[in-house]
Design a protein around this ligand. Structure first.
Ligand code: PMP
Length: 387
């Protein structure tokens, strides 16, 4: 018998398991759980996109695509980013289809980080950021965004976090887990500092389609920012296509070429049927995106109101499909609150602490569930609070 554990890379040994997983595992063993824990749409991918994938299979289109993805899809993405977010990319040289926004993040970080380079991350944030930075050999420098600023990155905090080793800012708007959306003025202030310090921005805009009150602004569209932004987006959230695993990167030629180098060895290309589905989604699926967005907006308004009525302070997030109410009035830690709520009332939420230290005192609730489920969850949470 060999000691297999001793073969595992130190970087992986040291990696902490995701705090979200733990709650899924707990909830999975229980009956009748309403989950506000998951970060994915409850909608099914539009029928036209599914049909396009089926048709591609019927036509026998089962080979690899070009490493960067189907040219036709890259062209459609170039049109999409320019018409929707006012930033233009060359379909041949500046766009890469990836296995979800997840692989896009990994590619971006691996392409730019030399050992010891620092990447500034704004917490509370998506749980993958720090582990991916560290796997790429970088060091995460954390800024703690706070509830009194509605969890938005403040320019001063960014200025303070920058050192001579800082290479990039990893920025997510609309945000997971807080739903915070940075408006144009917020982004302008951030962009100014980024330019002053000659940094790159990795812009995770996976929730760009899910902006409810004001349209999404891409930081890449601001003056002088296209050349220093790696723009990440995808089909998972706005297009309800999580399981297809399709995202994309838009970046200036040299950065895109560097990422494509890794991609061609590590992944070859994204899934072919998924690319045909996405092409159709861009061509004919925007109405579905709008309809889903209307529904999310309605649910957001309901759940924000419900939490505030219960006495759990909850600001109205501009985007994504999460609310991040404060549970400080209960005197429980966010982990204890989530555990007790699950045990007592069978509602799964995610403790804010798993998204970073400044998430303590909050819980993340996804409203990507039917209105009936949300209403029942609210009843149960209210009962839990009353006790
Ligand atoms: N970024 C953020 C902020 C996310 O919330 C997620 C999914 N939870 C991803 C990236 C990854 O998305 P994908 O399914 O496209 O890999």
């Amino acid at each position: 018998m060999i000691e297999t554990k001793s073969y595992i890379a130190k970087s992986v040994e040291l990696m902490r398991p995701s705090g979200i997983r733990k709650f899924f595992d707990l909830a999975a063993g229980m009956e009748g759980v309403i989950s506000l824990g998951v970060g994915e749409p409850d909608f099914v991918t539009s029928w036209s996109a599914r049909e396009a994938a089926i048709s591609s299979l019927e036509r026998g289109l089962t080979s690899y695509t070009a490493n960067a993805g189907l040219l036709e899809l890259r062209e459609a993405i170039a049109d999409y980013t320019s018409s929707r977010f006012s930033v233009s990319y060359d379909a041949k040289e500046e766009i890469i289809l990836t296995v979800g926004a997840s692989q896009a993040l990994d590619l971006a970080l691996r392409a730019i980080i030399d050992p010891g380079d620092e990447v500034v991350v704004v917490e509370p944030c998506f749980v993958s950021y720090a582990p991916l930075v560290e796997l790429a050999g970088g060091k995460t420098v954390t800024i703690e965004a706070t509830s009194d600023q509605q969890f938005k990155l403040q320019a001063d905090a960014l200025r303070e976090a920058i050192t001579s080793k800082t290479k990039a800012l990893l920025l997510c708007s609309p945000n997971n887990p807080t739903g915070a959306q940075l408006d144009k003025a917020d982004l302008e202030a951030i962009a100014q500092i980024v330019k002053q310090h000659d940094l790159l921005v990795i812009a995770d805009e996976i929730y760009a389609e899910l902006a409810y009150d004001i349209p999404h602004t891409s930081i890449a569209s601001l003056e002088g920012m296209r050349e220093r932004t790696i723009l990440i987006n995808g089909f998972s959230k706005g297009f309800a296509m999580t399981g297809w695993r399709l995202g994309f990167i838009c970046a200036p030629v040299e950065l895109a070429a560097a990422m494509l180098k890794i991609h061609q060895y590590a992944m070859m290309c994204a899934s072919t049927p998924a690319q045909y589905a996405a092409l159709e989604a861009l061509k004919t699926g925007m109405k579905d995106v709008e309809d889903m967005k209307k529904d999310y907006r309605r649910r957001r308004n309901y759940i924000v109101q419900s939490f505030n009525d219960m006495g759990l302070d909850c600001h109205t997030p501009g985007g994504a499909f999460y609310v991040f109410p404060s549970i400080q009035s209960t005197g429980l830690t966010s982990e204890k609150f989530a555990e007790e709520l699950l045990k007592a009332e069978r509602v799964a939420v995610v403790p804010g602490s798993v998204f970073g230290r400044s998430g303590e005192g909050f819980i993340r609730c996804s409203y990507a569930s039917s209105m009936e489920q949300l209403q029942e969850a609210v009843r149960r949470i209210q009962r839990f609070i009353n006790q």
